[in-house]
Structures are given as C-alpha cells and as structure tokens.
Design a protein. Structure first.
Length: 191
C-alpha cells in the first residue's frame, strides 16, 4: 500500500475509533481518484477532513470487501460511499450493496473529467505541464495512431508513474464547477 493510501486509512480509522458517528469514508479505487475528489471538494468550498469525511484509495476495486469489513457495519460502523469505474461496478455492487451508495464513472474518472473539460482544454493542461512532446510521441506510436483523442489522453495519463495522480488533481482543478460530472457531483452530495 502506498504511503498516502496508508495515511488516509490510518487517519480515517483513528477518527472512526474515537467517534464513528461523525465519520464517513469514501472508497475510491486509486490515488488519482482520491486527488480528483479532494480537489473538487476543496474547490466547492468543502473541507472534507474537518467534516470527518475521508477519501480512501483502496489500491483497486477488488479490495472493496476488505475496506467495507474494516469501516462498514461489521467494523468501525461509519457511513460509507464509493466511486468506481464502469468496469469495476460489479465489485462495488457486491461490496457496498445495502451498506452505502456508490457512483459509477463511464469508462473511468479520467474519461468523465476529459469529457467535461473537452480534449482541447486537456491538451492545454498537458502543454502547461511541459508534456506536449511526450504526448505527441505517444500519439504517433502505432498502437495509438488513429485512436480517438479522448482515449489517447486517458491512456497517456497512465503511462508513467505518478502522472495519473497529478492529472487527477490538475483536471479537477481546471474543471468549471457548473459542469462537475454526475458521478462526482452525486458522490459529493452524498457525503
């Protein structure tokens, strides 16, 4: 487990032990999802930690059962919610059904954010990060030539360690708050 993930779990567990009724845990697949959710909450004027809401990256959707056992009714008994990719809905349905709401991103969270921002704006962000050259090289590779631009952008963000987390934050920071993708808006309303 990554250091940031462990810190989120530790902090949530400490709060849950001391006052479970004042705590909620949002289960997300990874740290890029955590970065995006926290950034959007902050931009919306919310301090999730002060509210007792902890966004916990699980290191993949298949771990949802372990986290529900830890934080859910059989564990600390805190309120739970979740955010997952469409391909991981089955795991979340199995883990959170009847325990807490979960919200499903079409394809994945990056897809939701790219559609909300538009590919041109996302390319501007890549340029501002000094990664236009690597992105161009990526799009010229035979496996990615002819692929739709939004898919190229999504795939590019996952090609180097740490890039997906950084862009989770950057895309959420650039988003017009009047067009927050439905799964994210619903999640933030639920906690």
């Amino acid at each position: 487990m990554e250091v940031e993930s462990l810190a989120a779990v530790t902090e949530a567990a400490a709060r849950a032990r001391s006052d479970p009724g004042s705590c909620a845990v949002v289960l997300v697949e990874g740290m890029s999802d955590q970065a995006a959710v926290q950034t959007l909450a902050e931009r919306s004027g919310r301090d999730l930690r002060a509210e007792g809401v902890f966004v916990v990256p699980m290191g993949g959707a298949t771990n949802v059962g372990h986290f529900v056992a830890l934080f859910g009714p059989g564990g600390f008994g805190v309120r739970l919610a979740g955010l997952c990719d469409q391909g991981e809905e089955r795991d979340f349905r199995h883990g959170l059904d009847g325990v807490g709401p979960y919200f499903v991103c079409v394809a994945d969270l990056e897809d939701e954010l790219i559609r909300a921002l538009g590919t041109g704006r996302v390319e501007d962000l890549i340029e501002a990060e000094g990664e236009s050259g690597p992105f161009l090289t990526f799009t010229r590779q035979p496996a990615h030539r002819g692929t739709a631009r939004d898919r190229q952008l999504r795939r590019f963000m996952g090609t180097r360690s740490g890039r997906k987390i950084r862009y989770g934050h950057l895309l959420a920071a650039a988003l017009d708050l009047t067009v927050i993708p439905a799964p994210l808006a619903s999640l933030l309303s639920a906690v």
